[in-house]
Design a protein around this ligand. Structure first.
Ligand SMILES: NC(=O)c1ccc[n+]([C@@H]2O[C@H](COP(=O)([O-])OP(=O)(O)OC[C@H]3O[C@@H](n4cnc5c(N)ncnc54)[C@H](OP(=O)(O)O)[C@@H]3O)[C@@H](O)[C@H]2O)c1
Length: 356
């Protein structure tokens, strides 16, 4: 490990042990203003939460439903999603809880889902991009996309962008994306979104951390692009959820006693989604425990130029177009073009291939 990377990881770990744990939450929550969440009326507001069948997303769904907001639960599994919908109804006492099935790693399905939602006449005030995964083997989706990138980044981008026309009709639209403090150890590399550079070595933790950095960059850029919408992203701290238990078993074994509850992890999501206080801050910031915080550790060498950001956003936009729901004839034409351009990228570097 290089000295710079070692330094960055040590600084990060010391910060995490102090702030991301349940003790960190207890310390930070002493400064919370209880009025921020108590004196809000969200009875006529509509919220969509992805990945809300478990963990932090489900805890946020319960809190928002308890306060009277209509909740659209967007979940990958019909079985787990419907069971969670019943739990949210029971725990909140609200019947305004709707289940939608959607796999966030499939950009075409997401566009179709968004289009149907737009045409349904439902309103939408707040989108909470919470669904996330850390897949530890390099796995490809049916579209040939690396699974973590497809779910955490492209899925978030496609859903946010596709729902924008509806969100923009709301009086106070908000988009909250659940990132992670893990992003502090990564910069931005738009030339390796699918983690191919180090193939065949693949590190799921690194892929996840890069995705979470990308979500921060997306949030900052959306804020500049869609000025009528209030964007934020956040770190929930380390919370005891199925994702942590299954994707990071060693971490879980070592830290389980210091983890936050899912409710504590969801606190800042709910605060960003419903409080007036959150709207006092400018759009596009990164939050931890109801406070906007820096997106880089000191001297961590994770910063990037505006040109690199633009390149990244352009690539997302290209992917969006790539997976537009077109008639089958055009899709196959597009796929052919895409495959050819990928082949060109991969083989172009090899002397004698693709015209070199
Ligand atoms: N817990 C922590 O300490 C922590 C720390 C930092 C950031 N986060 C972030 O918090 C968010 C919520 O995670 P969690 O900790 O609450 O874990 P969780 O309980 O496992 O929740 C993750 C949710 O995302 C859903 N999901 C994953 N892939 C999906 C896909 N392709 N399509 C639709 N939904 C999908 C999962 O659905 P299934 O049930 O079908 O898998 C589940 O509902 C994630 O974005 C995570 O990165 C968590």
């Amino acid at each position: 490990m290089q000295a710079g990377t070692l330094y960055r990881n040590v600084v990060w770990y010391l910060k995490a042990k102090k702030e991301f744990t349940k003790d960190g939450y207890a310390a930070a929550s002493k400064n919370f203003n209880p009025n921020d969440l108590e004196k809000v009326d969200i009875k006529n507001k509509s919220f969509m939460i992805t990945g809300s069948n478990s963990g932090i997303g489900k805890a946020a769904a319960v809190e928002i439903a308890k306060k009277g907001g209509k909740v659209h639960m967007v979940c990958r599994s019909e079985e787990r999603g419907r069971a969670a919908q019943q739990d949210v109804i029971t725990e909140s006492g609200s019947k305004e809880v709707i289940f939608h099935q959607l796999d966030m790693s499939l950009p075409r399905s997401i566009q179709r889902f968004a289009q149907t939602f737009l045409e349904s006449g439902e309103k939408l005030d707040v989108l909470i991009n919470n669904a996330g995964c850390m897949v530890n083997q390099r796995e490809l989706t049916e579209d040939g996309l690396e699974k973590n990138f497809a779910t955490n980044v492209l899925g978030t981008h496609v859903l946010t962008t596709s729902l924008m026309p509806l969100l923009q009709q709301s009086q106070q639209p908000r988009v909250i994306t659940v990132s992670s403090g893990g992003m502090y150890v990564e910069g931005l590399d738009p030339d390796d979104l699918q983690m191919e550079k180090r193939a065949p070595f693949f590190d799921g933790t690194q892929s996840y951390a890069k995705n979470k950095r990308q979500q921060v960059v997306m949030t900052e850029n959306y804020a500049k692009l869609y000025t009528s919408v209030h964007f934020s992203c956040m770190h929930p701290g380390w919370a005891d959820t199925p994702a942590v238990q299954t994707s990071m078993p060693d971490f879980y074994k070592e830290h389980r006693w210091s983890l936050r509850t899912p409710q504590q992890g969801a606190d800042t999501i709910v605060w960003l989604a419903i409080s007036d206080a959150a709207l006092q801050n400018k759009s596009g910031l990164f939050y931890q425990d109801r406070k906007a915080v820096s997106t880089h550790l000191p001297l961590a060498w994770t910063k990037y130029t505006p040109q690199v950001e633009t390149k990244f956003m352009q690539k997302l936009s290209d992917f969006y177009d790539q997976f537009k729901n077109l008639p089958p004839s055009q899709i196959s034409h597009q796929l052919k073009e895409f495959t050819l351009s990928c082949l060109h990228d991969q083989l172009g570097a090899v002397p004698g291939m693709m015209g070199n």
